[in-house]
Design a protein around this ligand. Structure first.
Ligand code: PAF
Length: 290
């Protein structure tokens, strides 16, 4: 596996691959890799001839007071994980490489999409994500880029940005990878103390409850949210940021949920903010009738 730290190295290598007729997949990450990231690399390896993963803790997507400094960083460990997963090149740039002195251009989406859900408590977040992902798209010029469905809002925003900016890149969403008790894998799970880690399984319990209600025929978004909230509120270490039924593409609130809609939640466990979601799937209601 090649380790690149500059845009130039990446561009030259990708050019060689493309000249040889090879396809390229991109897996953007902030490091602190876990099984969820590995599944993205594996998806890319199975769909593309070469896979580039980026490891870069992007400062512009953190708001003041968030965990930019504390965000776990262990590049050697990440490098080994990527190599084992079949990655062809890891791009590990410095902040100066991605944001050279005097940088003044950002990619900002003028849409309610970025102001909903996580956008409410993290107002600058999606501007930072869109900016860094655009830069990575321009540097790597992949055929496909892979993102986790756990970050459902990020995935929807990136799909919209890709269309708006005509990048010509296929965006591939990959299923959430879970721990044994259902907790969605996340680099931020590492912040949880023992008691908090146990309490964190309440997010998945709420997902299971939401799914159960929908399978039973409940279609009212507010009632589904209420039942999920009530379940989470029973956990003393949990504090709800949001539980919302929204349209899967536009992320606008939905009164009546249909296939493709998203039920998304963000919950603080102690000081750690965790997210999860599920998509209302085709046939979920029918399966209960059998
Ligand atoms: O999902 C993440 O880890 C980050 O938001 C991303 C897409 C790598 C951009 O920094």
């Amino acid at each position: 596996m090649i380790t690149a730290t500059t845009k130039d190295e990446v561009r030259k290598q990708v050019k060689r691959w493309k000249e040889a007729g090879l396809t390229v997949g991109l897996v953007p990450t902030m490091g602190a890799l876990h099984q969820g990231h590995v599944s993205l690399v594996e998806a890319s390896v199975s769909q593309c001839d070469r896979t580039v993963a980026s490891v870069f803790v992007n400062p512009t997507q953190f708001s003041a007071g968030e965990d930019l400094e504390a965000y776990p960083r262990d590049f050697e460990r990440d490098r080994e994980i990527l190599e084992k997963a079949g990655c062809s090149m890891v791009f590990h740039p410095s902040v100066e490489e991605m944001y050279p002195a005097g940088s003044a251009t950002y990619v900002d989406m003028d849409s309610e999409m970025t102001r909903q859900l996580c956008g409410r408590s993290r107002p600058a977040h999606f501007r930072g994500v869109c900016t860094v992902v655009s830069k990575l798209f321009n540097i790597v010029t992949p055929h496909k880029a892979f993102f986790g469905e756990k970050d459902a809002q990020q995935l929807a925003v990136i799909r919209q940005m890709e269309r708006d900016m005509a990048f010509g890149i296929t965006i591939v969403g990959c299923p959430t990878v879970r721990e044994e008790d259902g907790l969605a894998r996340s680099s931020r799970n590492a912040y949880l103390k023992e008691e908090e880690r146990k309490a964190a399984s309440v997010l998945y319990k709420a997902v299971v409850e939401g799914r159960r209600l929908i399978r039973r025929g409940e279609g009212n978004g507010r009632r589904i949210e209420k039942a999920m909230r009530e379940l989470i509120e029973k956990e003393p270490l949990a504090r709800i940021d949001y539980v919302e039924a929204v349209d899967g593409a536009t992320l606008q609130p939905k009164e009546t949920v249909e296939d493709g809609d998203l039920i998304a939640l963000a919950v603080y466990i102690g000081k750690t903010r965790l997210i999860d979601n599920f998509t209302v799937r085709n046939g979920e209601r029918e399966s209960i009738k059998k």
